[in-house]
Ligand binder design. Sequence first.
Ligand code: ADP
Ligand code: MG
Length: 238
Amino acid sequence: MGQLSLSGVTKNFGPVEVIKGVDLGVADGEFCVFVGPSGCGKSTLLRMIAGLEDVTGGTVALDGRDITDVPPARREIAMVFQSYALYPHLTVRDNMGLALKQAGRPRAEIRAATERAAAMLLLDALLDRRPAELSGGQRQRVAIGRAIVRRPKLFLFDEPLSNLDAALRVQTRIEIAKLHRELGATMVYVTHDQIEAMTLADKIVVLRAGQVEQIGAPMELYNDPDNTFVAGFIGSPQ
Ligand code: ADP
Ligand code: MG
């Protein structure tokens, strides 16, 4: 299970309201993509779902349980960042297993979970390397692997491909789609790339200045945008 629900979520930084009342449901197993211009609040919204940022108003619920005040480590949510945030002194294996180790899981379980995730991400041969010995694409796969081993109900991705070159972006995008099919987990994915949004999403949420502008399946938004703003992100040329 991994059904996410936001009700009336707001966020103030000092006097400035950057998220202005967001209502949103993401069904169990759904791939939901947030798009919108730089500064519209995509990362802030994701960070509030992860618990990395306090919510000013409203509630965040996972599978019907209010998690608004639950600390990040206890949310069953994993976030993959744009900058891989790997520990440079740890091997791939230890980077991927760290969360389970911190949770006090038995060593055999950590090993099995790490190796299963590594196989899924074609990282088997790299388990004993350190991040400095990996390419950008491999590092990003390790960051995704680290999320997988925790078996979260919900994966959050904040522009995970934006540091990769064009060819790697395509390859990694295909891997993320495959992962979604294999894991059947709920995913919320931020991008400003129209092709990523169109190919990955079951549902696209177009954000504008801290509010939801339109929600729909990719082809709905593409064929029937509510306005030129939505069309500018998803759309057919006007
Ligand atoms: P996006 O990810 O869509 O580019 P962000 O969520 O990063 O947008 O930012 C939304 C707005 O909130 C922006 O105006 C940004 O400047 C502001 N903001 C983000 N984080 C902070 C912060 N820690 N303190 C103050 N303002 C912030
Ligand atoms: Mg952002």
